[in-house]
Design a protein around this ligand. Structure first.
Ligand SMILES: [Zn+2]
Length: 248
């Protein structure tokens, strides 16, 4: 009997811990904002190889580095407004975008900037070309995510992997792809808020299945491979399962 009571007590304590964790998460404004942004389906800003992650260099690296070819297009990860576009000695050519949720994203070391301050842009808009301007040792995009405005002390910086998905140094990412894990991607494709807008614009999406090639998808959706690549800013024929492609 005592054994039974002990077991019930342990179960109760565990249930309490779990519910506290859950409530704690639910009431945190930050985590709610992150969840909301995940539902908006952020895309990777460019093609390349992850060359450094968030929190390295004794915690001073407040962004993620994607190394790639000079002049690779750099895309806006979500809809928003360009709040800054200028040259800085450290960031080089840099663009800041403010998103409707007040998140701010930063795209640094660009070779060229192709947007102007005040411009409203859509997710996937090319905002510049990859470069190595400012304090950069090689051609790469330094990408930052802030939960609120950018500050000199980067107080509101957040690991971009929380919105784009977990990656490791050396991993290849592709611009235009929602890089979040399967569960989240599944969820985000159900609640994709701009679905109606996309229907209005006549946009159609296709989720890549295991074994699909661009050629298969072009047959199915009755458009050319070249058009699919154009629509999705793809620089190669490489696609992967669960990738969301615009096909119209
Ligand atoms: Zn960096």
């Amino acid at each position: 009997m005592r054994d039974y009571i002990k077991r019930v007590l342990i179960a109760l304590i565990m249930a309490l811990c779990v519910s506290l964790l859950f409530l704690g998460g639910k009431h945190s404004e930050a985590s709610m904002k992150v969840t909301k942004e995940i539902k908006n389906g952020w895309i990777w800003p460019t093609d390349g190889i992850i060359s450094d992650t968030y929190g390295t260099r004794l915690g001073k690296h407040k962004g993620i580095d994607i190394a790639g070819k000079l002049n690779t297009p750099v895309l806006a990860v979500a809809d928003g407004q360009v709040v800054k576009s200028y040259f800085s000695n450290t960031y080089g050519n840099v663009v800041f975008i403010k998103h409707p949720s007040h998140f701010v994203t930063v795209y640094a070391h660009l070779n060229k900037r192709t947007v102007f301050e005040g411009q409203n842009i859509k997710q996937g808009t090319v905002i510049g070309k990859m470069g190595r301007t400012g304090q950069a040792t090689g051609t790469h995009l330094h990408f930052e995510t802030h939960q609120q405005e950018w500050r000199f002390d980067k107080k509101f910086a957040l690991d971009p992997e929380m919105l784009l998905g977990k990656v490791d140094t050396g991993e290849i990412v592709q611009g235009g792809i929602a890089g979040i894990n399967d569960d989240v991607l599944e969820a985000s494709s159900h609640v994709r808020p701009r679905k109606e807008d996309q229907m209005k614009e006549g946009k159609k999406q296709y989720i890549v299945k295991q074994g699909d090639t661009l050629y298969d998808i072009s047959k199915k959706s009755k458009i050319t491979v070249t058009r699919i690549k154009e629509l999705n800013h793809l620089s190669s024929d490489l696609i992967k399962p669960k990738q969301i492609l615009t096909v119209k």
